[in-house]
Ligand binder design. Structure first.
Ligand code: BQF
Length: 299
């Protein structure tokens, strides 16, 4: 028997670096033209270690391209009303081009109330109802960074989505739902036939086995196993989980929603974790911040 071809590893570090290089050049040009640097703010509530890591990564990436970043830190017990005042302040601060509220928020705060208070023109995470609505209607706006990053990866690797069966597993407002919408849109990448699966889906394996492109955004470590993937499928792993590992320096290692060592044998293209979708999320946040600074939109 002929040995099966190895899949192409989709390198989110390389693609995100290219996007950051382009942003850096544009920022430098702005400054040459006596414009100011773009300014991104982040709101971080509480001391969740993963959230701290993500915000630190966003600040570092912003600085690396010449975007100013400020992080507003608040204790776990901040009230919803106090946080709404912070949002109001950032909405009205002309120095700040765009801002994000790092999720998840503590359980006593209603995320919907907070997100809905963000002015759409500063919503560089693309989470507000206005930006989600614009995305659904294929109008200019800010796209959520992770779905935006997934589309850019498909573009960078020239993966044809037209007429393909894309199966998205996971229906979160932040990843699964928006990426399912983008993939079905009349544009490129897009024009796919999309099935959105979730925790109540029956015969999940039957559906994932029919996927030409499988987007895994379930939020469960190594949930997608080799037997659920069609030979030659494109597999995009959006999950990021810390698995305890005593042999690792930090005491844990990162895994995705995909059991990589098995799914690898089936896929034609596959994103690793880390180094796949994660770095793209950060790059697209910076892209949205640059657009917001220029008072432009994704279109
Ligand atoms: C990588 C996130 C769950 C819940 C809230 C690079 C990131 C992750 C991985 C990162 C994520 C996940 C972010 C890698 C931001 C992606 O090298 O693989 C970067 O910083 N992310 C977030 O802000 O909030 C989350 C996942």
């Amino acid at each position: 028997m002929a040995k099966k071809k190895e899949p192409v590893l989709i390198d989110g570090k390389v693609v995100s670096q290219k996007i950051k290089d382009e942003i850096k050049k544009e920022v430098a040009d702005l400054i040459d033209k006596k414009d100011s640097s773009p300014h991104l703010a982040a709101v971080l509530v509480g001391d969740d270690p993963a959230s701290q890591t993500y915000v630190a990564a966003k600040e570092k990436a912003a600085h690396s391209v010449g975007i100013i970043s400020s992080t507003y830190r608040y204790p776990e017990d901040i009230t919803e009303n106090e946080l709404l005042e912070v949002i109001e302040f950032l909405n009205n601060d002309d120095e700040i081009d765009g801002f994000i509220v790092q999720l998840p928020l503590p359980a006593h705060i209603n995320e919907d109330h907070i997100i809905s208070a963000i002015h759409p023109s500063k919503d560089v995470d693309g989470f507000t109802p206005v930006n989600i609505g614009n995305m659904v209607l294929n109008r200019p706006g800010y796209l959520p960074a992770t779905p935006y990053g997934i589309m850019e990866l498909l573009k960078a690797y020239k993966i044809n989505t037209e007429g393909k069966h894309c199966v998205v597993v996971g229906r979160s407002n932040i990843v699964g739902r928006p990426v399912s919408i983008l993939l079905s849109q009349k544009r490129n990448p897009g024009n796919a036939t999309v099935t959105l699966c979730h925790s109540k889906t029956k015969n999940l394996k039957e559906i994932t086995l029919s996927a030409d492109i499988l987007i895994c955004a379930i939020g469960k470590p190594q949930f997608i196993t080799g037997d659920m993937v069609k030979e030659g499928a494109v597999v995009i792993d959006v999950g990021i989980h810390r698995l305890g590992d005593d042999s690792a320096k930090k005491g844990y290692r990162l895994v995705g929603d995909v059991l990589f060592k098995d799914v690898y044998k089936k896929a034609s293209f596959i994103t690793p974790v880390p180094g796949g979708v994660g770095p793209m999320t950060i790059a697209m946040l910076l892209k949205n911040t640059l657009l917001a600074h220029k008072k432009e939109f994704y279109s």
